[in-house]
Design a binder for this molecule. Structure first.
Ligand code: GLN
Length: 470
């Protein structure tokens, strides 16, 4: 079922909001995927009942069950960011994005599991549980929005929201076989979303279909006075442009992506066949170049860990969050942060503090910031020639739980195809196109800044051709 089917059923009273919400809650309860950190059963049923009683399902997402990544603040509902340091944190306000979805009638089913502070690519860095891939429970769901991806692909929620700082929406969507949209930086307000790397963080929908993503984006996007990085760009009715003709339009294949070491043949093949499908719909395929691709991972990790080290400073054991006793202030800081932060967060703080320290800041941080600007220029140049680009999302399909958990470098290298898009700040839509080795494969479609409409349009055509079913 997709969002418009559900809306039709609710509006014609073929189903009630309580029945719809209950069916997902049942599924969550009988599942062992660990997609959720908390389930807001009572609140969800209460809201559904209110909607049924009012009988008004005219709002754009009226009665639609949604799972929310546990890094997005939700008023009076525990928000842990996957961390022990926020294990008991109950936000006094909601993030703008959740306020907007709620105002559009969405019903929250619960908060989904994620890597601690969204640092990771497999959800194994969550302090709470290991989320399993719905297609193969021995495999990771990807990360950091692994809970949201597993919830949607596993039929435990009709849709979800996630965050993408360096691939955390697209890669789990790709591993679990659902649609994930990484928006242009600034397209969706970050207000109330726990920060990982503030100049990279984006929030987007994770859904069963491209149309669902378009419907959600229309509600989620827009200027917000509480986030100064959201420009006053028009928010379109993205659904209306989905079926526009793409014949004669140009699709770029960034050649460096295919020359990368360690790219799985199944992934390469999926990308090539996606290009053929778009060709069948009349698009022209051309080679383009993003010359710095091999530097994407070091550039990205240098910058995000620097930003993360400053963002993590607020968890001091005093203002909010978990607290450990110490003999003096310094000892208390050390005990609190030592006890409640996980390994990847500690790595981020150490790496970031090092690269920002005097003597190294020019050699590392400032150099990486300059390379980031060059990425943006390279993408701008490539987009002078093409309307969109098609590329793999990750070098491999979902891998086994535990396979990379103790090897941070291998984990980082798996982000090669997602992070350069975040460096450039452009939007990208991941969608499944088939299944190989029992696991989903798919591609991402990248577009120009604030041109989400075009990538959704291409995504819709690709979805029609690929006919992916789980
Ligand atoms: N794996 C990447 C990281 O740890 C991306 C995470 C994300 O997009 N939040 O930085």
């Amino acid at each position: 079922m997709n969002i418009s089917d559900a809306l039709t059923k609710l509006r014609t009273k073929e189903t009630s909001a309580v029945d719809l919400v209950s069916s997902y809650l049942e599924k969550i309860k009988s599942s062992d995927l660990n997609a959720f950190i908390s389930v807001t059963e009572q609140a969800a049923l209460k809201r559904a009942k209110q909607m049924d009683d009012s009988g008004d399902f005219s709002a754009p997402l009226a009665g639609i069950p949604i799972a929310v990544k546990d890094i997005i603040c939700t008023k009076a509902v525990k928000t842990t960011a996957g961390s022990k340091i926020l294990e008991d944190f109950i936000p006094p306000y909601s993030a703008t994005v959740w306020e907007k979805l709620e105002a559009a009638g969405a019903i929250m089913l619960g908060k989904t599991n994620c890597d601690e502070f969204a640092m990771g690519s497999s959800t194994e860095n969550s302090a709470f549980s290991i989320t399993k891939n719905p297609h193969n429970k021995e495999c990771v769901p990807g990360g950091s929005s692994g809970g949201s991806a597993a919830a949607v692909a596993g039929g435990e929620s009709l849709a979800a929201i996630g965050t993408d700082t360096g691939g955390s929406i697209r890669q789990p969507a790709n591993f679990c076989g659902c649609v994930g949209l990484k928006v242009t930086y600034g397209r969706v307000s970050r207000y109330g979303v726990v920060s990982y790397a503030s100049s990279f963080d984006t929030i987007g929908p994770m859904t069963n279909t491209v149309e669902d993503a378009a419907q959600m984006l229309h509600v989620m996007a827009g200027q917000d006075d509480r986030d100064s990085t959201t420009p006053d760009q028009p928010v379109l009715k993205y659904v209306e442009g989905l079926q526009s003709d793409i014949s004669g339009k140009k699709v770029g294949m960034p050649k460096e992506f295919f020359e990368t070491d360690g790219i799985d043949p199944a992934v390469k093949q999926a990308t090539e066949s996606a290009a053929k499908m778009l060709e069948k719909r009349g698009a022209k395929i051309v080679d383009v170049s993003v010359p710095l691709t091999e530097y994407a991972v070091p550039t990205y990790y240098l910058l995000v860990k620097a930003e993360a080290s400053t963002n993590m400073a607020r968890y001091d054991g005093i203002r909010f969050g978990s607290h450990a006793e110490g003999k003096d202030l310094t000892d208390m800081y050390q005990k609190t942060r030592g006890k409640f932060f996980g390994d990847e967060v500690k790595r981020a703080i150490m790496m970031g503090t090092f690269t920002l320290s005097s003597g190294y800041v020019d050699a590392y941080y400032k150099k990486a910031a300059a390379v980031r600007a060059k990425f943006k220029q390279d993408y701008d140049k490539a987009f002078e020639e093409v309307d969109v680009m098609v590329a793999p999302v990750a070098p491999t399909q979902a891998y086994k739980i535990g396979e990379k958990a103790d090897d941070p470098l291998q984990m980082y290298l798996g982000d090669i195809f997602t992070v350069s898009i975040n460096l450039a700040g452009i939007p990208s839509l991941a969608l499944p196109t088939g299944k190989t080795n029992g696991l989903p494969v798919g591609v991402q479609i990248m577009g120009k800044q604030f041109d989400e409409g075009t990538i959704l349009n291409f995504g819709w055509h690709l979805e029609q051709e690929a006919k992916y079913t789980s």
